[in-house]
Design a protein around this ligand. Sequence first.
Ligand SMILES: *[C@@H]1O[C@H](CO)[C@@H](O)[C@H](O)[C@H]1NC(C)=O
Ligand SMILES: *[C@@H]1O[C@H](CO)[C@@H](O)[C@H](O)[C@H]1NC(C)=O
Ligand SMILES: *[C@@H]1O[C@H](CO)[C@@H](O)[C@H](O)[C@H]1NC(C)=O
Length: 213
Amino acid sequence: GVKPSLSVELSNKGFHRLEVVTTVELGSETPGDVRALLVYTWPRGVYVDPYQLAFLSDLRGWQMLFNTTIDLEEPAHRTSAFLTYVYPSHNGPTPGPLTVTIPIHGRYHKPAFDGKSFTPVHIELPELLLWTKKCTPIQRLEPHTLLDAPCNASNTSICSWIKIQLSHKVCTTFLHLPVGDGPTVTLVCTGTLLVTVICCAVLCHSILKHQIT
Ligand SMILES: *[C@@H]1O[C@H](CO)[C@@H](O)[C@H](O)[C@H]1NC(C)=O
Ligand SMILES: *[C@@H]1O[C@H](CO)[C@@H](O)[C@H](O)[C@H]1NC(C)=O
Ligand SMILES: *[C@@H]1O[C@H](CO)[C@@H](O)[C@H](O)[C@H]1NC(C)=O
C-alpha cells in the first residue's frame, strides 16, 4: 500500500553547525510522479539562514521557501515563529528515501530569572504533503485533507496538496539554548550565537496508518 513515513533527527556537527535531518520514505507502491512537500513550523528560538542556504544550494537536492523575511540578529523574544516550505527531490534515478538536512541556528535568549542557564526550544515535526497530477491511490486516502500551498519553490502557482496523517507523534525534540547571563552575554554581545548542548537525537518515527490496496 501507500505508506509514507517520516523521521526527524537533530545533529550537532560542532560549533555553529546544528542540523535538522528529515527522512521521508514514500514506500515502493507510491507512484513515481508524486511530489512531496514538507512544511516546518520553526519556533522563535531558532532561525534558518537564507544566505547560508543559497550558498549550499548546489550541494543540496531541495528548495526552500520562507513565509517571512528572516532577521539574523534579532533575539528570540523579539521575533516570532515562521514557516518554511521544503521541496525535496531525488538525487539519483532510484527512488530511495528523501533526505533533507537543514542547518539551523539558535537565537539569543533573554536572561531568565530562575537561575537556569539553558532554555529548551521545541522543534516540531514537519507536515508531510503530497501532490500528484493524476488520480492515484493517494487521492483515495480517507479521510484526506487538502491544503493549498505553492506548487514549487518559485511560488508562481498554488497547488492543492494532500496532507498525510502520520499516526503518532509520541516523541519530541528539544534544543537546549544558553540564556543570556554571565559569559554568554559577553559572547552574544560580540556577535556570536552559542549553541552548546543538544539533547535528544532520534525522536520520532511515524507511519501512516492508512493502507491502500
Ligand atoms: C507566495 O507569493 C504570494 C504572492 O506573491 C505571497 O503573498 C506569498 O507570501 C508567497 N508565499 C511564500 C511562502 O513565499
Ligand atoms: C508565518 O508562519 C507563522 C507560523 O505559522 C505565523 O505565525 C506567521 O504569522 C507567518 N508570517 C507571515 C508573514 O505570514
Ligand atoms: C514551478 O512551477 C511552474 C509552473 O507550475 C513552472 O513554470 C516553473 O518552471 C517551476 N519552477 C521550478 C523551479 O521548478
